[in-house]
Write a protein of this length. Structure first.
Length: 553
């Protein structure tokens, strides 16, 4: 969304902003309390609104190996946002670590927004933990802006969400900063027309645009007042529309309107079974008609589903590790490389139920309900097939989807290159249709990684080989990477026959991983060699054993 260029000439609206400190932690604990043994990543976000936050638990949420959020008890022990997991655990030995689930966080905060709308309509969800409301209506109803803010904090306290803060000022930006600077009070009101004076002493880093903030600091601009003092025309000419918008925010001239949160239209489908069904084939057969209705309803609204969530409830409240509450047999999100059809939906329900078992396998307890929720939809026009079809790619997609339907979710895998030091680490397979969630990014630096060009053929299992020096002796490498002899000949066969001359070689490239773990430690030397037949090989020496890991075709 483009920023307004001349925002300072527009009307500034009195705004009320709710800020819930440590909201990700509160949401994670409400979904699955630490003493329940359930993880937040696989939990449902339908927890009761009145669950206590249990802020005395040292808890950290991890995103891509770094601390995304931590509780107050963890901060007391020195845990901070942005540090690595191992450092956080070293600072707090009893730290509870969980992965951060953004979707569950969002769903949980939507329940809070729904509760607020019953008290004050017209709520805008800024991001999980922060919501904005036009203050004019609530102020009139409750007899002033501060009483309206106190009424909102009281309602949240009754829901079990303690510590909420309210800021009221001209524009959402100033109101949010007021909420974060309430001090010893729960509600802070910045009088009308005094936003610039309130924002002036605050640091320039509050403008969430790191590149611009870094440049302004180099120019000697440290506070919002320093930035607001610059001529608007010069700021527009030097930093463009985005810079002009941030300049208006720094001067307390935030003209952005508050757009009320509109609940999305209910597109999900719930199928209930009475009596409960205890076989996979019975459930999938019963879901077929509802899956057709689900897809047709989306088509009628000119939409297609690219990501859906399947929630399966059971008769006895059977749970699996990671479930949020009894009654939820399993919950999983599914992706699709194109868009879901009715048969695709049925396949996902079947795969989720059976796992690696057969289709007609009995279940631990009867399935009482299946709920299908579209998590991501797109305009149907973006997925229409061309006038003469989509060509070979479309036929490949249908063929792979058909094979996957017969063999199961993990029956068709696609290869993705990820990060790592060894070739085996860089090979990652994902089921057809799933978005690749790479455990290691290829763009990150990997010291000891094999230099380019990379081999085209990587053996699934390294082939044992023999490497000899000029006099026929076995070649070894010392701990300091010193060769006992020059590489002269090698045999690609484990039997030692078919000895070939080595015409060129390079290396070694050492690999030393997990030296602190005796069981998982790996220390090896890698060489690139070319034999007398013109074939290039990647050889690995681990201990005293030589093997061929790949071949350059």
């Amino acid at each position: 969304m483009s920023a307004p260029i001349l925002a300072q000439h527009n009307t500034v609206q009195r705004s009320m902003v709710l800020w819930i400190p440590d909201w990700p932690i509160i949401a994670a604990i409400r979904i699955a309390p630490p003493n329940s043994g359930a993880s937040a990543s696989g939990a449902s976000a339908s927890g009761a609104p009145g669950v206590s936050a249990a802020s005395d638990v040292p808890l950290a949420l991890i995103d891509r190996g770094l601390v995304f959020a931590c509780s107050a008890a963890a901060r007391i022990e020195g845990v901070q946002r942005g540090i690595r997991v191992r450092e956080a655990q070293a600072r707090c030995t009893d730290l509870v670590v969980r992965p951060y689930d953004q979707q569950a966080d969002q769903r949980m905060f939507e329940t809070v927004v729904t509760a607020i709308e019953e008290l004050m309509p017209g709520v805008q969800l800024v991001r999980p933990g922060i919501a904005a409301i036009r203050s004019r209506g609530p102020a009139r109803y409750y007899g002033g802006e501060k009483p309206a803010g106190l009424a909102l904090t009281t309602m949240l306290d009754e829901l079990g969400i303690a510590g909420s803060r309210i800021g009221i000022a001209d524009g959402p930006f100033t109101a949010e900063q007021a909420a974060r600077a309430t001090g010893g009070t729960r509600v802070r009101v910045v009088p009308e027309g005094e936003s610039a004076a309130f924002l002036g002493p605050l640091p320039i880093g509050l403008l969430e645009q790191p590149d611009l903030v870094t440049l302004l600091r180099r120019l000697g601009i440290r506070t919002l007042a320093d930035f607001a003092a610059l001529p608007p025309g010069d700021v527009l000419g030097r930093f463009g529309a985005d810079g002009a918008h941030l300049h208006a925010l720094a001067g307390g001239l935030d003209s952005r309107p508050i757009v009320p949160h509109v609940p999305p239209e209910e597109l999900d489908v719930t199928i209930r079974f009475e009596p409960p069904l205890d076989r996979v084939d019975q459930v999938t057969f019963s879901v077929r008609a509802s899956a057709d209705d689900f897809i047709q309803n989306l088509v009628a609204k000119k939409l297609v589903c690219t990501s859906l969530r399947v929630e399966i409830g059971t008769e006895l409240g059977d749970t699996r590790p990671g479930d949020a509450e009894p009654g939820n047999y399993s919950e999983r999100s599914w992706l699709h490389p194109r868009s879901f059809t009715a048969s695709d939906v049925v396949d996902r329900v079947r795969w989720q139920l059976q796992g690696s078992a057969e289709v007609d396998t009995g279940l631990r307890s009867g399935v009482s309900s299946v709920r299908i929720v579209p998590e991501a939809v797109d305009a149907i026009g973006n997925h229409e097939v061309g006038l003469f079809g989509a060509g070979p790619e479309e036929r490949i997609h249908h063929g792979l989807s058909r094979v996957q339907s017969m063999l199961g979710h993990e029956g068709v895998l696609t290869a993705v290159v990820s990060g790592g030091r060894t070739l085996a680490d860089r090979q990652t397979t994902v089921p057809w249709g799933d978005r690749p969630l790479l455990p290691r990014k290829a763009s990150e630096p990997w010291p000891g990684q094999l230099p380019k060009p990379l081999p085209s053929t990587v053996f699934p299992t390294p082939h044992p080989v023999h490497v000899f020096g000029p006099d026929g002796e076995a070649v070894e490498v010392s701990d300091r990477g010193i060769l006992s002899a020059v590489l002269a000949r090698f045999s690609p066969a484990a039997s030692g026959r078919d000895v070939r001359e080595i015409t060129a070689w390079a290396g070694p490239w050492p690999v030393a991983e997990r030296w602190w773990d005796a069981d998982a430690a790996r220390r090896a030397q890698r060489f690139q060699v070319v034999d007398d037949r013109g074939i290039a090989w990647l050889l690995v020496l681990q201990g005293v054993t030589w093997s061929a890991e790949a071949r350059y075709d």
